[in-house]
Design a protein around this ligand. Structure first.
Ligand SMILES: NC(=O)c1ccc[n+]([C@@H]2O[C@H](COP(=O)([O-])OP(=O)(O)OC[C@H]3O[C@@H](n4cnc5c(N)ncnc54)[C@H](OP(=O)(O)O)[C@@H]3O)[C@@H](O)[C@H]2O)c1
Length: 246
């Protein structure tokens, strides 16, 4: 595997990067902050001395002009890539987003519009090489319009629909799209939030995602128990959803 990871300096992306590096996959990191990227790349190389040195480039989901140069740098360093993994996204509570419409605009732009644009750059490069894997983190928050995640969840609903359509459209050309739908996972993104039942750990999610990638699954809930939870939530009538607070 020659994999490009956007967002792997923290959280679930970092856990996936560490596990892929430990099995000898070639990695290239993309992210917001050059210093964080350098530290993460050095950490991966130090943990896996037999691995080719991990290299990196800055890529900001708020700046679409950084997408093509970052992916070109990855392609040059890896000699082409066959896998792109996107864990990067913004999160804010519904209260914060309702209080700050500019923050809401930034979040839906990063999580939906600009993530689609980044994926378009990535999938064109993958298809030009005959296919490959595009793995993108959506969320169970996108499964149903819910009060506590009305705005964040809508951005994830959009990305889930886009990924499903990519799978339908390009499967026959060799593109393998995996939409990851985490439930609540203990990372920096959820620090300070009350953990619900079935909360997961990044390392376990990384195992689930890598196994889904290896098996060319198209959708994976992580932890997997969230698939059953969301089956129930999807079935709840609108009258119930108006009353409950989840
Ligand atoms: N944790 C959960 O419970 C949960 C549940 C469902 C879905 N998810 C999704 O899972 C994915 C991974 O989240 P996580 O929990 O592992 O959180 P995380 O550690 O906070 O990861 C998010 C990453 O996105 C990066 N990022 C933010 N804005 C960016 C931008 N403009 N350009 C490039 N990178 C940017 C962050 O970089 P900096 O650290 O430099 O800001 C960070 O590395 C996200 O897509 C999230 O929406 C998480």
């Amino acid at each position: 595997m020659k994999a490009v990871l956007l967002g792997a300096t923290t959280g679930m992306g970092r856990a996936i990067a560490r596990k892929l590096a430990s099995r000898g996959e070639a990695l290239f990191l993309l992210g917001l902050d050059e210093e964080d990227l350098a530290k993460s790349a050095a950490d991966l190389s130090a943990r896996n001395p037999s691995l080719a040195p991990v290299r990196f480039a800055v890529c900001d989901l708020e700046k679409p002009e950084t997408f093509a140069p970052a992916l070109d740098a990855a392609s040059e360093a890896l000699g082409g890539f066959d896998t792109v993994i996107v864990t990067a996204a913004m999160f804010a509570t519904q209260d914060a987003l309702e209080d700050d419409i500019e923050l809401a605009r930034r979040l839906v732009t990063v999580n939906y519009a600009n993530t689609v644009v980044f994926c378009e750059h990535a999938r064109k490069r993958l298809l030009a090489r005959g296919g490959g894997k595009l793995v993108v983190f959506s969320s169970v928050a996108g499964e149903r319009g819910r009060k506590p995640v009305a705005i964040y969840g809508s951005s994830k609903a959009g990305i889930s629909a886009y990924l499903e359509a990519l799978d339908h459209k390009f499967y026959s050309e060799g593109l393998r799209v995996l939409c990851v739908k985490p439930g609540f996972v203990r990372t920096g993104m959820t620090a300070g939030l009350k953990a619900p039942p079935f909360a997961g750990e990044p390392e376990d999610v990384a195992d689930t995602v890598i196994s889904a990638m290896d098996r060319d699954e198209s959708v994976v809930y992580a932890p997997r128990v969230w698939s059953a939870v969301m089956t129930v939530i999807r079935a709840l009538p609108r009258a119930v959803m108006r009353k409950v607070n989840f």
